[in-house]
Design a protein around this ligand. Sequence first.
Ligand SMILES: O=C(O)CCC(=O)C(=O)O
Ligand SMILES: [Fe+2]
Length: 357
Amino acid sequence: MSATHSEIPLLDVSLAQRNKAAFIAQLREMLVNRGFVYLQKTPVPTEIIDKMVDSTAKFFALPTDAKEACDMNYTAHFNGYLRKGSVENPTREQFNYGDDNADPLEGTPEYHKIHGTTPWPDDALFPGCRAAMREYYNHLKNLSLQFTEYVAEALGLDPDGFEPLFERDVSRRQLRCKLLRYPTCPPSTTGFVPHTDSNFLTYLLQASSEPGLEIRKPSGEWLPATPIPGTFIVLVGRVLEKVTQGLVKAPLHRVVSPTQGTRYSVGFFQGVAMDTRIAEVKFEFPQEVVDMKRARQEREGDTTEYPVTENDRMPAGEVVLNFKLKAHPLVAYKFYPTLFPKFYPDGLPERYASLVH
Ligand SMILES: O=C(O)CCC(=O)C(=O)O
Ligand SMILES: [Fe+2]
């Protein structure tokens, strides 16, 4: 079943230049009432998107040993290739990359190591891979900087209202690109389990025509997030939900594997500064927006509260690192020896022992 047009909130980003007030009003309605938006007519040029779509398929088509030469377990930074077969990725393959000029600064806390270089494929095997992906990253970075201002305005803050959450040095922002490949599977095979994103905002490019992404509606039904060429789906993450006390909600979403063809997607994940402690950041939102939230909560019977948790008192980078160390035992073993025993008191799980080298 495909989604009806009215269920897909399409936002024309070029409207911001022509009629800012109308644009902000539309964005506010979409953010508060849905938690996701399809952006169309963004400043990201079509040829940059096309090149990224092409590069994504080409990366995964590399021989296995070329992909494994970029294994995520070769660096401390959770960038690189992740073969299928792990608990979080039973069927899909993944490649993560971040900023190439981002190795941790001397004397910073250990969790600053989450930010760093990427093991790229050999340029002789895939000429131009890194350049095309870097170009896409830079465009998405600019989009995220601009869109964050729009989100602040839509929620009644000044355009730079969310700045206290982010790294002051724009070159050290917590941004990561994640390429995904979902192969053909039997009907109803999970490609990625239902989850909410943990970050601030996610900008998702569906890089093929195969369906599969679904977003849960408040009624509990799953809405197919049909791929629409030239659009990015922006999903609210849990940090944004938390710092707005639920003015905007992080939508639950999942991927059902394709039953024919191959599905590709590219997520661009925007996180807050590594040293930000969510509990220490406070915003004042106008009554008008708070009233929209109340109306939505009443409609949906939503009584969620947002108490301060232990994680909210910790630096955001430490929260991310703890989560990643649980998912990547070999990286914990090789690069975080002082933290390793806390997460793996019985040592490295058996199936990883053969991979230590
Ligand atoms: O592949 C997709 O379209 C979505 C992936 C996703 O939700 C995620 O990796 O967080
Ligand atoms: Fe997600």
